[in-house]
Design a protein around this ligand. Structure first.
Ligand code: PEP
Ligand code: MG
Length: 593
């Protein structure tokens, strides 16, 4: 339930997934369930705005009916088109319009609610009368009032989120990663959704795109209407309707503090990620498209630790051919060389669903035909990508990484195909890096348990905590109802990370973390204490993580990890980790929920 204060301010709480504060008009893109009309108490000052929305809906409905009339006249004849005159008359019914306006003004409810109550009364009265003519009138009225309601709810148009005419905050039941990737960045100030989670790819994209976002707000779509002014706090997961002057002032202060912090973070952009006691870490960035290299450089990352190539495959009818992929990978490698670029092979499936590639909706998409499993069946498609990556390796410091490896068979099969691709290129005289390094993502518990065998076959591991957590704890990373069980500091997760690091050490290879856990400042010391060599985070998070690393001692991180490995409680581990982060970087941890 939202908190309603005496001031009329209403606060909705959800999960913060992308930092930043924005203020603006709401655009609701989710349709309420059939028959569900949002109910909202309004302030006196909002009455004119609600009435204006009512009049806009009436004008729009008139235009729509006239358009239908024109089409019927052209197609069937003027005689039949005249039946719509009765519909137009309903729109001019002054008693109806007045009653709705009075209900809004006196009872202070949103116009949809007032309109529903008044028209229900009319319809009931008309339907009860035993007269064919009046019953017809009831049908006309139902038709027209339905249209008006649709216009009030914004259901009349399919909003094109790629091209919006004015700045707004998107409010939706959910947003898919493919829709999010195409959002009109200029005009989308932020977004708020009923469902969602921190590690969904939609949230990951919001962070990459620098769009403040709050998810898991449960029923926010039912409480907000188009045009309502809200404030969205992507730091703490809060949406405020009708913010008071005091709230606006407080948020102004928070925004100022954030600007100060950003200024501080900018000064260490070129500095290495090195602890106070001299341990140098690699701090890389996660990217989704070649355009992201600008942010990688601007935020001072040591190259790319995860290039999620599947985003090149979303939002299109045909998959990109080898040449197009080569150009994309080459562009990234050339822009960042000599820094490394780890290109992850296609991780399609799960929430990154591409219907036209032969994928079908599955009962358990995250446990289904996804990532390397898909690629090892669709060999031709996989080899095109491998050849494109190999060719790009001639232009920079490229490494290959396979996702969702569960054991050695998959790795051996993938490597065999890679060797075939190398042989083809060699035969054709095409240049590539013959020493190209191959690594695997450790994101399935079975991979941790056979990590020694995997380590013998690769040059590096990158732990995908987003999936490792969901598969180890049996918690769907997308499901907000069980989000409280999605616990990065669960003792089992920390032990799995430790086992992975130990196996890597035994075989002389390095280990990174590219899941969202690495972007969480409170968890950074813990990961470093567990012995990981690299962190790969959303470009916008690089400065914060670097700031923290540069203020901590590895000896403290190791102590924290030792404590964590002996502790049974994830909550206690999180408390300790947060305390350490607050001690070393209070500025960073301030204002965090
Ligand atoms: C992960 O699972 O942690 C990861 C980085 O991969 P993705 O989020 O793309 O599944
Ligand atoms: Mg993953």
């Amino acid at each position: 339930m939202p908190d309603q204060k005496r001031t009329g301010e209403i606060v909705h709480r959800g999960v913060p997934v992308s930092a930043g504060i924005c203020r603006g008009k709401v655009l609701v893109v989710a349709k309420p369930q059939e028959g569900e009309i949002p109910r909202r108490e309004i302030l006196e000052s909002e009455v004119p705005q609600e009435l204006a929305r009512f009049h806009e809906a009436l004008v729009r409905t008139r235009q729509q009916i006239q358009e239908v009339q024109r089409q019927v006249t052209a197609g069937i004849g003027a005689q039949d088109a005249s039946i719509f005159d009765a519909h137009l008359l309903v729109l001019e019914d002054s008693t109806l319009i007045e009653e709705v306006s009075k209900a809004v003004g006196r009872r202070r409810v949103n116009v949809e609610q007032a309109f529903r109550e008044v028209t229900d009364k009319y319809l009931q009265a008309l339907s009860a009368i035993e007269d064919d003519y009046l019953r017809e009138r009831a049908a006309d009225m139902r038709d027209v009032t339905g249209r008006i309601m649709n216009n009030l709810l914004g259901q009349h148009e399919v909003v094109d989120l790629r091209h919006l005419s004015e700045p707004c905050i998107i409010v939706s039941h959910d947003l898919t990663p493919s829709t999010t990737a195409l959002l009109d960045k200029r005009n989308v100030l932020g977004f708020a959704t009923d469902v969602g989670s921190k590690t969904s790819h939609t949230a990951i994209l919001a962070r990459s795109m620098h769009i403040p976002a709050v998810v898991a707000l449960k029923t926010i779509t039912q409480h907000l209407c188009n045009g309502t002014q809200i404030l969205l706090d992507g730091y703490n997961g809060v949406v405020v309707v009708n913010p008071t002057d005091q709230t606006l002032f407080e948020y102004g202060q928070l925004a100022k503090k954030q600007l100060n912090l950003d200024e501080k973070l900018r000064t260490i952009r070129e500095d290495p990620a090195i602890t106070l006691d001299g341990v140098r870490l690699t701090l890389s960035a996660n990217i989704e498209s070649p355009g992201d290299t600008v942010a990688v450089k601007a935020q001072g990352a040591d190259g790319v630790g995860l290039f999620r190539t599947e985003f090149l495959f979303l939002n299109r009818e045909k998959m990109p051919d080898e040449e197009e992929q080569y150009q994309a990978y080459r562009q990234v490698a050339a822009a960042l060389k000599p820094e490394p670029v780890i290109i992850r092979t296609l991780d399609i499936g799960g929430d990154k669903f591409v219907e036209h590639f032969g994928l079908e909706q599955e009962l358990n998409p995250f446990l289904g035909w996804r990532a390397i499993r898909f690629c090892l069946t669709e060999k031709a498609l996989f080899c095109k990508q491998l050849r494109a990556i190999l060719r790009a390796s001639a232009e920079g410091n490229v490494k290959i990484m396979y996702p969702m490896i569960s054991g050695t068979d998959e790795l051996d099969q993938a490597n065999a195909l890679l060797e075939e691709c190398k042989a083809e290129l060699r035969a054709a005289g095409v240049a590539f890096d013959s020493q190209i390094e191959v690594g695997v993502m450790i994101e399935i518990p079975s991979a941790v348990l056979v990590a020694d065998a995997l380590a013998r076959r690769v040059k590096f591991f990158s732990i995908g905590t987003n999936d490792l957590i969901q598969y180890s704890l049996a918690v769907d990373r997308m499901n907000e109802k069980i989000a409280h069980l999605y616990e990065p500091t669960h003792p089992a997760i920390l032990r799995l990370i430790k086992l992975t690091v130990e196996a890597a050490r035994r075989h002389g290879i390095w280990v990174g973390v590219c899941g969202e856990m690495a972007s969480e400042p409170a968890l950074v010391p813990l990961l470093l204490g567990l012995g990981v060599d690299e962190l790969s985070v959303t470009p916008t998070q690089v400065p914060q993580v670097k700031f923290l690393i540069r203020r901590m001692k590895m000896t403290d991180a190791v102590k924290l990890a030792e404590f964590a490995l002996g502790c049974d409680s994830g909550a206690e581990i999180l408390r300790r980790a947060t305390t350490l982060a607050r001690q070393v970087a209070p500025l960073l941890m301030e204002d965090r929920a």
